[in-house]
Design a protein around this ligand. Structure first.
Ligand SMILES: [Zn+2]
Length: 94
């Protein structure tokens, strides 16, 4: 079980999915902080926490300024979510 952190109840600004938990992509036990990036479990959009821990769609420039390791982690998280969704669909309980 991956560590999870509660966060303020809110909806994904992209797909509207209700989001109230986050899991760190790097398996560290750190809770997200303002400015951190995350991936929507519903639509795999890259999102960013603002100062009030509300999820925002980040500026493209902010994504382009990420270091290679962070980008790799975000892409790995997107791939993980997509493969979990595909697995669930193949079992017929999507
Ligand atoms: Zn979403």
């Amino acid at each position: 079980m991956k560590p999870q952190h509660a966060m303020p109840d809110q909806r994904c600004p992209q797909c509207g999915k209700n989001l109230n938990r986050s899991s760190p992509v790097d398996l560290q036990l750190l809770a997200p902080v303002p400015g951190d990036f995350t991936i929507c479990i519903g639509c795999v959009a890259v999102l960013q926490f603002d100062q009030q821990m509300k999820l925002q769609v980040p500026e493209q420039a902010a994504i382009e300024q990420l270091d290679a390791q962070t980008l790799r982690q975000l892409i790995a998280a997107q791939n993980l979510i997509l493969s979990l969704k595909a697995e669930r669909q193949s079992r017929g309980d999507a």
